[in-house]
Structures are given as C-alpha cells and as structure tokens.
Design a protein around this ligand. Sequence first.
Ligand SMILES: [Zn+2]
Ligand SMILES: [Zn+2]
Length: 138
Amino acid sequence: MKASPAEITDILRCHGVNPSSQRIAILGYLMQTREHPTADCIYRDLLADKPTLSRTTVYSTLNLLVDCGVVSAVDVDGESRRYDYPLTPHAHFHCTGCQKVFDVDMPVGVESVMLPQGFTAKSTSVYYHGFCRDCMEN
Ligand SMILES: [Zn+2]
Ligand SMILES: [Zn+2]
C-alpha cells in the first residue's frame, strides 16, 4: 500500500503524534512493506533518502509509534524486534529455516475468545514457528 504524505500525516495526527518529516518517512516505509523489517533495516533503507537521519531517531520513533498503537512490534524470533503496520489483525509465522516472517490470516474474534469476563484486550500476538514452503522443499 502506497500512502501519500498527507494520508500518513493524518494517521499520525489521529494518534496524537506530531507529524515530523522523519516520522512520516518511517511510517510511510512500514506502510508499503510486508517484510516486517527490524529498526536497523528501516534505518539503512531510509538513509539513502535522508542522510541526516540518526539511528536513535529511528528507534525512538518506532517506540513512539508502537506506544501510540500506530504500528505493531513483532517479537516472533526472540532475537530482533521487527515492525509491522497491520492493515487487518493477523498472526505471524516465523520460518526457522530462512528467518523470514510471514503474515497468516487469523479468524476474526480469535483474539478475544479466551479472555475472562470483563477483560478487554488492546492487542494480541499470535506466533507460529516452523518451516515455510521453500524451506520444506529444500
Ligand atoms: Zn523458510
Ligand atoms: Zn505482519
């Protein structure tokens, strides 16, 4: 999904985040990828366009966006935190062969099914581990 800077600005404002050009660039990057990049990966890719960007800014912006509920942190492999702009609720499948993280559909409502009465969930994380098709074939 390719969002315009104006759309990204609106999303940030809706979540009470001041839309600086660096925040717009970082959220824009996450909105157009399904690769679940790490902070380092985002930093390296954005540096070409924004040579003044610092690693610290990328980390603090990602923390802010997660805190505000704009993006999700994906801690699926127990090592590096990855980031995701989830269009719809989905689970994650981590391939222990190639280390890729795939989106997998989650039945609607599964995130609240086990909750005790009176509990309200703000977010949910469902992780699967195994081998993807390519790794199974090789
Ligand atoms: Zn794989
Ligand atoms: Zn995802």
